[in-house]
Design a binder for this molecule. Structure first.
Ligand SMILES: Cc1ncc(COP(=O)(O)O)c(C=O)c1O
Length: 392
């Protein structure tokens, strides 16, 4: 706890005095984390299945990332893209090694929505077309361009008119793609597992048909792996499981071990982008790059994609075994797991928290589990036990 704010009530009062009010807070003050565990200001411990909403894949308090950040902060924290930089060059190398060979150009930014925003601009510039097709229930961020691709009316309705020439097709209906992706389409943007939209994996047929139609009609395929990337779904990237290679891939969340960073990986098909047509002051700063190099190094060294696969299967099996009338469906890929209830999920989320497990919603009726990929089998057992009580 900070020196001036001594009690839990002090912290809550100070936040409440100044908060934007945009977030629904859970009533506890988190002050420390270790692996898949977080601690509140009263010393209470929780298994963290919120996982920083997907940015904590390597777990809390990772020493290699902390050391890399501290070392780089002492060396050179900022260096804009007006200059070359050793850390940025090293990160490009790392990304090129772990991504499909055709995705070998990168634009570094600071968040997921910014990665999507840039991807949409690159697609329009490269194709000289304006149409963007996205999927119903898709989530791509909340800045004006990304929001125009995001589906949820609860996010969009206050802010219209949004960017023109965006349309939405039903998710997992391949037969709907033929009429939507045309020779006026700049890009089709899609999540391979819809996260915010309720933890809904795309069918292979839907993803393959989208890739085929984009290639046939000269539209670009943008895959948004902001939430699914960096081991979450049991492979380093979900595209590996679908056997498709997009023209543009959006990354963020866990790329830099919790430091703010986003990235757009794109193919040579994009062509030369006009100088200064897109940029960001913070993008590619050496501090975030050093964190990303260390975080990706940890994901590979600990084979966290494999742990996501194994622990994800354990979690899904345990949740299915609850067999409650309140549960409509358990679904997910790797450690992106959702339980759809026949009721609002808020009560279950509160009951889980009271029992020492933090989980997320995904739409009104889905309890979403997004733990750090370092979570152990014993911790998963505890999550299953708490869920059996809360959802059974
Ligand atoms: C698939 C997807 N795309 C984009 C975003 C936006 O990322 P950010 O919140 O970093 O702007 C999110 C955030 O949840 C996401 O899940």
């Amino acid at each position: 706890m900070s020196a001036t704010l001594r009690s839990t009530a002090d912290v809550i009062a100070a936040e409440e005095a100044h908060t934007s009010g945009l977030y629904t807070k859970r009533g506890i003050v988190l002050v420390r984390g270790d692996g898949a565990t977080v601690y509140d200001s009263e010393g209470r411990e929780y298994i963290d299945c919120v996982g920083g909403q997907g940015m904590a894949n390597i777990g809390h308090g990772n020493a290699a990332v902390a050391d890399a950040i501290a070392q780089q902060a002492r060396t050179l924290a900022s260096c804009t893209e007006l200059f070359y930089n050793d850390r940025r060059a090293e990160l490009y190398d790392v990304l090129a090694r772990i991504l499909p060979p055709s995705l070998d150009r990168f634009f570094l930014c600071n968040s997921g929505t910014e990665a999507v925003e840039g991807a949409l601009k690159f697609a329009r510039a490269a194709t000289t077309r304006t149409g963007i097709v996205a999927a119903m229930r898709g989530f791509h961020g909340k800045t004006m361009g990304a929001l125009s691709a995001t589906w949820g009316p609860e996010y969009r309705d206050l802010f219209g008119p949004l960017v023109p020439d965006f349309s939405h097709v039903p998710f997992n209906k391949p037969e709907a793609l033929d009429a939507a992706i045309t020779d006026r389409t700049a890009a089709f943007i899609v999540e391979l597992v819809q996260g915010e939209g309720g933890v809904r994996p795309a069918t292979h047929e839907f993803a393959e048909e989208a890739a085929r139609l984009c290639a046939e009609r000269g539209a670009l395929l943008i895959v948004d792996e902001v939430q699914t990337g960096f081991g979450r779904t049991g492979t380093l990237f979900a595209i590996e499981q679908y056997g498709i290679v997009p023209d543009i891939l959006c990354l963020a969340k866990s790329i830099a071990g919790g430091m703010p960073m986003g990235a757009i990986a794109f193919s040579r098909k994009i062509g030369d982008l006009a100088k200064r047509s897109h940029s960001t002051t913070f993008g590619g700063n050496p501090l975030a790059c050093a964190a990303a190099i260390a975080a990706i190094g940890e994901i590979l060294r600990q084979d966290l994609a494999r742990n996501a696969r194994d622990r994800g299967a354990q979690l899904q099996d345990g949740l299915r075994a609850i067999g409650s009338d309140r549960i409509r469906e358990v679904r997910g890929v790797g450690l992106l797991v959702g339980v759809e209830l026949k009721e609002n999920a808020a009560g279950a989320l509160r009951a889980l928290q009271d029992d020492g497990v933090l989980a997320l919603g995904a739409g009104p009726t889905v309890v979403r589990y997004l733990p750090p990929l370092v979570i152990t089998d014993r911790q998963i057992d505890r999550v299953i036990a708490a869920s059996t009580k809360a959802l059974g």
